[in-house]
Design a binder for this molecule. Sequence first.
Ligand SMILES: Cc1cc2nc3c(=O)[nH]c(=O)nc-3n(C[C@H](O)[C@H](O)[C@H](O)COP(=O)(O)OP(=O)(O)OC[C@H]3O[C@@H](n4cnc5c(N)ncnc54)[C@H](O)[C@@H]3O)c2cc1C
Length: 436
Amino acid sequence: MTRTLLWFQQDLRLMDNPALREAVKGTHELTCLYCADPALRRPGRYHCKPVGDLPWRFILDSLDDLARSLVQFGQRLWLRQGDPLTVLPEIIKQRQIDRVVVSAPIGLDERRQWQTLMERHPDVVFEAVQSHTLFRLDQLPFSLDNLPGTFSQFRKAMEAVPVRPHCRPPTVLPPPPGRLRNDPLIPPRAPSNSPFRGGERPGRRHLNRYFAGSAPQSYKQTRNALDDWRSSTKFSPWLARGCLSARQVWAALSRHEHYRGANESTAWIRFELLWREYFQWYALAHGSKLFAFTGIQNIRRPTTFYAERFSKWCRGQTPFPIVNAAMSQLNATGYLSNRARQIVASAFVHELGLDWRYGAAYFQQQLLDYDVASNWGNWQYLAGVGADPRGWRHFDLAKQTEIYDPDGAFIRRWAPTQPSAPLDSHDEADWPRRAP
Ligand SMILES: Cc1cc2nc3c(=O)[nH]c(=O)nc-3n(C[C@H](O)[C@H](O)[C@H](O)COP(=O)(O)OP(=O)(O)OC[C@H]3O[C@@H](n4cnc5c(N)ncnc54)[C@H](O)[C@@H]3O)c2cc1C
């Protein structure tokens, strides 16, 4: 009798889930678990929560959807609240688990957690199956130590490597364990009016609709728009939480090209998926340097932490209307276009002179599509300490506004009033502060 524990993390789906396929092999009893660590909902090192309210809502909806899908297979999703290093050992002991299977984690904390579990349970088999990336490690034409230093080199190296076809879910799943504690993690909630609804089914619906229409045919021309649902694919939240796999998107894109024709725009979507791919391997290759102030380049840029400026940037109260509009959109929706992300990140390090890691941590808290590799990798890139061969890019805010918000509609919609207070409310004359 083999008892397997499948630990869902960033792979909240049944389709094209190689970890699930692996977990069912030779298994007589399958425990499907999601463990919510309360530490992720509390402010951490950069005064930000690792998972903010909007992304948490997306995750809960995704779990709901996953739980429903599992029921159709006679299975169930067990939800537990607690530190995985406490919860998993408890279940391993209680259910006499022989194997633990997980989608190979990309984040450093998650990889350390996995390592610790393996060390603590030498009698249990641990299998980490790659399911977050387009390619598997053994498909890369270089070792991780020799990961190309720029995206262009990576893309060229990957040109001849085929994306493997995605896998279907198993037709039958082994039964769940009879008795296990289940924490009431998914509270009843009113339907959200966000177009981003968490879950595999909503993700697949969106994928099919997007590729059934004509938007992919003009993606290259529209992708920089600041505030338009059809301008880019909007796949990122589902990809980040694993409700869709990158291979499913790749396959749907190829089908679209087959029936509607391939052009520069459809090729550009593929190009963006490769950017995502690059950052995944980048995160694995660079480990803790992904989060270091000096990045992978070991460069110290002249930025620091100013509490007041940071707080004004987060609230959209800076002297820059385009930045304020974007931050207010991020706070209200949990989403920002790629162009807006670049603009606010550039302003963060250049105009405000702030330590980029605080910006990355705030994005982590707010973004529905937070993905450890894409977020910290892109922030490094813009902060001039990452994979950008052109150095420390500074976006001209006036020019960006002129090009991307020429009639001011974006600013009027998201930041109709601008703050009148100066950026810094204290100057040297106020220091040291005297008692009133
Ligand atoms: C500072 C900063 C932080 C970012 N943080 C994240 C993040 O946490 N999670 C995330 O998924 N993306 C992040 N991105 C990348 C990009 O902005 C988003 O993936 C994109 O805006 C999502 O919208 P979309 O799905 O419509 O993208 P599309 O333009 O339609 O692109 C298709 C897909 O390609 C991938 N992609 C596109 N651009 C990039 C990129 N530059 N880097 C990595 N993948 C990309 C995404 O998976 C996206 O869904 C960040 C970019 C910047 C500049």
